[in-house]
Ligand binder design. Structure first.
Ligand SMILES: CC(C)(COP(=O)(O)OP(=O)(O)OC[C@H]1O[C@@H](n2cnc3c(N)ncnc32)[C@H](O)[C@@H]1OP(=O)(O)O)[C@@H](O)C(=O)NCCC(=O)NCCS
Length: 185
């Protein structure tokens, strides 16, 4: 029986072997890997599909900041064991992962991947236009999705790993504005 479940620490080696088969050893040289090295997936956002005890599919999401002003998740890698492709597991993992991300309060997701595969989930290159990756990237494959409308509006600058503090403009609280107005009057 197939089960879609949270990845556990014990799944790590099986997931790595599946990723090696799906992407080859050159996967470690990808620009996206610079955003994952030394980090763990975003809390509660790494999933596997198991058939009996065997891991046959994986998806992971990672915390990011963009230009110091926006937070997002990085989706990937996503891989399904060759014998089990075109059975819908890739799509199920993407949709389930995006739902879980939204439930955990995440507002946007970016990735580098095959646009023809990811457009059906709503990803597009438009929202990443102002972003820079820490290495070479094919812009046609650099895609984003807003889980909350407008979450990536104005998102620009370098994409960095981790949950770096996001700078927000300091605005005075409404009661302070009112007090200042009364003092000035
Ligand atoms: C991409 C991948 C995860 C899809 O998993 P899956 O379980 O086969 O996906 P689904 O069953 O949900 O969807 C299959 C459909 O997606 C299509 N598809 C698969 N890979 C695609 C790609 N790279 N680009 C465009 N379409 C793709 C299939 O042709 C199939 O189309 P159909 O439904 O019209 O027959 C899987 O093929 C895989 O692991 N590939 C190698 C690793 C990889 O490239 N991962 C990331 C993609 S950037």
């Amino acid at each position: 029986m197939f089960c879609l479940e949270h990845e556990t620490a014990a799944d790590g080696p099986a997931v790595e072997r599946l990723l090696d088969r799906a992407f080859g050893p050159e996967r470690h040289a990808k620009t996206c890997q610079r955003l994952r090295d030394g980090h763990t997936p975003s809390h509660g956002l790494a999933f596997v599909v198991r058939l009996q005890e065997e891991v046959i599919a994986t998806i992971r999401f990672w915390d990011l900041s963009i230009g110091g002003g926006h937070r997002a998740l990085l989706l990937g890698p996503l891989a399904v064991e060759a014998d089990h492709r075109s059975g819908g597991w890739g799509g199920k993992l993407v949709r389930y992962g995006l739902n879980q991300a939204a439930l955990r309060g995440h507002r946007a997701v970016i990735l580098v991947g095959d646009a023809p595969y990811y457009v059906k989930f709503g990803f597009s290159p438009e929202v990443t236009r102002g972003m820079m990756m820490p290495g070479p990237v094919d812009r046609a494959r650099f895609l984003g999705l807003e889980l909350s409308p407008g979450a990536l509006a104005g998102a620009a600058g370098m994409v960095l790993p981790g949950r770096a503090p996001v700078l927000v403009p300091l605005l005075p609280a409404p009661h302070m504005v009112e007090e200042a107005r009364q003092v000035a009057a």
